[in-house]
Design a protein around this ligand. Structure first.
Ligand code: ACO
Length: 329
């Protein structure tokens, strides 16, 4: 039998999970005050739009959050784990140095055999993973994929550094992808520029049974901010051009949820009204690779994103990495 590769990859279902422990800004103020570190709800809201974030309890890993998000996505697609033949997890906070969080997740899903691997592109991880899965499905290398962004960033935060620790949270988001002749993913545009490694990194490493260097997140916020607004606009324009669409065709913009000012700035540059912008950064903080699929799932479940809508996903983060995916949901 000859198999014909599908023309498109479609999102068949979405899911997400936030660990139950929610910390409001007021609780972060208290937590930091106990360490002699000063911050305020006003500063965090005004500079970032963040009002709360979720932190996983000790012993809960990225694969545990990914499992619940994956099970939800499978249920919403009407599929079982046994029907999946590709698993990709985007994460920068894996359960172990190796094996991959995707392999650990595969076992937790109770299946074996299909390829499973992680993608590490920090906050751009989900758009990178989606693009890889799309290429594998359209080439015939896979027929049905689980793509997940899952993070426990609370583990790599320096709670003595107020310029970073108030920004991030934990969570997971997942999609089930299938080949289709109906439009789904229309175009993708990925980039990296390793000259900017130092502006956003966790510089520690494991060597000789010890952690060498500092295993906590470091960020030059202003440098990241400036690069982010530029590259998010260029990636958006590039995918629109590749797909033969214009800004006017976008029903929903789902950018990486890092900072409301960057998100509003991107929407403004694309001449999109803010009611086309999906915002979850206020309640989730920056969940890195999990932020886009978490926001997508929330927007699908609250009835905002509907079948047939044109959705722009945009990631930006450490590396420096960035990218966009345009799709018909
Ligand atoms: N509470 C109170 N004051 C604070 C805090 C805080 N939590 N953090 C910083 N400040 C102070 C600073 O010390 C500084 O004080 P000073 O003027 O007395 O020196 C003042 O606030 C202003 O600091 P800036 O760094 O200039 O603040 P800015 O407006 O740039 O906002 C922020 C900082 C929110 C980090 C912003 O630069 C930003 O969002 N950057 C982009 C982050 C991002 O998008 N990351 C995405 C990628 S994430 C990834 O890939 C993992």
């Amino acid at each position: 039998m000859t198999s014909v590769s599908p023309r498109y990859t479609r999102i068949a279902g979405t899911g997400s999970h936030l660990p139950p422990r929610r910390l409001s800004n007021a609780q972060m103020v208290q937590l930091l005050a106990a360490r002699g570190v000063e911050t305020s709800d006003d500063w965090i809201v005004e500079r970032t739009g963040i009002r709360a974030r979720h932190f996983a309890d000790d012993g809960v890993n990225a694969s545990d959050l990914a499992l619940i998000a994956a099970q939800q996505a499978l249920a919403s697609a009407g599929r079982t784990a046994a029907e999946i033949d590709l698993i990709i997890v985007a994460t920068s906070t894996p359960d172990m140095v190796f094996p991959s969080t995707a392999a650990i997740l595969q076992a937790k899903l109770g299946v074996a055999g299909c390829p499973a691997f992680d993608v590490q592109a920090v906050c751009s991880g989900f758009v990178y993973a989606l693009t890889v899965a799309d290429a594998m499905i359209r080439s015939g290398a896979a027929t049905r994929a689980l793509v997940i962004g899952a993070e426990v960033f609370s583990r790599i935060l320096d709670f003595n550094d107020r310029t970073t620790c108030v920004l991030f949270g934990d969570g997971a988001g997942a999609v089930v992808l299938e080949g289709s002749d109906q439009p789904g993913i229309l175009a993708a545009d990925l980039h990296a520029d390793g000259r900017h490694v130092g502006i956003l990194c966790v510089p520690g490493t494991v060597s000789g049974g010890q952690v060498l260097g500092d295993p906590l997140l470091k960020m030059d916020g202003q440098a990241v901010f400036k690069l982010a607004v530029t590259v998010l606009e260029s990636a958006a324009r590039a995918v629109l051009e590749k797909a033969g669409r214009t800004e006017a065709d976008i029903d929903w913009l789902i950018p990486h949820q890092a900072n409301i000012r960057i998100m509003n700035g991107t929407a403004r540059k694309l001449k999109l009204p803010t009611d086309k912008l999906v915002v979850t950064v206020d309640e989730h903080g920056n969940t890195s690779a999990a932020s886009i699929p978490l926001a997508l799932d929330h927007a699908v479940r609250n009835g905002s994103v509907k079948r047939g809508d044109t959705v722009m996903l945009e990631g930006v983060g450490g590396g420096f990495t960035w990218g966009a995916v345009l799709l018909d949901y």
